[in-house]
Design a protein. Structure first.
Length: 290
């Protein structure tokens, strides 16, 4: 595991360590570049991924420099917590925590336990840094694929947060159906497919190559293939684990949730004009949810 972490920090193309004598002196081994020579600080930890952070730190840590997006004060989470009926004293499963911004907000809202599953190695390490820097105590970050986790879930949760993940999956309906195994309440924020809308966005229209019918668990729907393309050529990539994903239409998204038993749906935002295509924010509950 340590070797994987070091490779993640140094990058997949880092050269092998070579020590070459020069003028009677021994050249410094490359591994020594992984050591720091200043006093400990939270900024030092953040700077392990300098230039890669999406998120700015919360206002109470305005002294820290990370990214630009205010995910630690995201209004989507305020809606989610309210529409879920609160998370105080509840267990929460979070899918794809990215940099722990929403995890932080859920803990601040009183969740008694948060299990956040992250498959991206660099994002996972950033979550651990954020946990240490911000003192998160109720949150556990698990390194692994949440799709695999949900295929054979070991337990149930009072709520699930699926923010910014469904449109990054190849088989989104399978995940939605599997959510029903672990919870009666789920928050979703996702992009969705409207052909004419994405066709009007210059940086998006060429990424959709084909649409094909599919059926999972008795639910018929259409998968609209989205190619990541050049988005994959950066360490800041925050999408799915393959070269492409599948977007659902709004009707298929809502239909899949209802098919899974989440029949009580509260929509908080439905933005047709988002820069990357239509998006929707919602909480879906089973009738048994109280």
């Amino acid at each position: 595991m340590l070797d994987k972490i070091l490779r993640a920090l140094r990058g997949p193309s880092a050269p092998a360590i070579v020590i070459q004598p020069q003028g009677g002196e021994t050249a410094k081994a490359a591994i020594l570049d992984q050591y720091i020579r200043t006093a400990p600080s939270d900024q030092n930890a953040l700077d392990l991924f300098k230039g890669e952070w999406w998120s700015s730190m919360p206002p109470e840590r305005a002294d820290l420099v990370a990214g630009q997006t205010p995910l630690f004060i995201d209004p989507r989470m305020h809606f989610a917590v309210e529409a879920l009926g609160g998370v105080a004293g509840r267990s929460v499963l979070e899918l794809g925590p990215l940099e722990a911004g929403h995890t932080y907000m859920l803990e601040k809202a009183g969740a008694k336990e948060i299990v956040a599953v992250e498959a991206n190695a660099r994002a996972y390490l950033k979550c651990l840094i954020a946990k240490e820097v911000l003192g998160l105590a109720a949150s556990k970050f698990a390194y692994g694929d949440f799709e695999e986790y949900l295929r054979n879930p070991p337990r149930r949760f009072d709520a699930v947060i699926a923010c910014g993940v469904i449109y990054h999956l190849k088989n989104p309906v399978e995940l939605i159906l599997n959510l029903a195994k672990v919870t009666d309440r789920v928050y979703v924020w996702t992009q969705y497919f409207i052909a004419e809308r994405v066709a009007a966005i210059a940086h998006m229209k060429h990424r959709f190559r084909q649409s094909e019918p599919a059926e999972v668990g008795g639910f018929r729907h259409t998968l609209n293939r989205y190619e990541y393309g050049d988005f994959l050529d950066t360490a800041r990539f925050a999408g799915g684990s393959d070269n492409y994903s599948s977007w659902l239409s709004k009707d298929d998204l809502l239909g899949a949730l209802r098919h899974a038993g989440f029949t009580g749906i509260t929509i908080g935002e439905d933005d047709l004009g988002h820069a990357n295509g239509p998006c929707i924010s919602l909480v879906a509950k089973k009738p048994s949810a109280t």
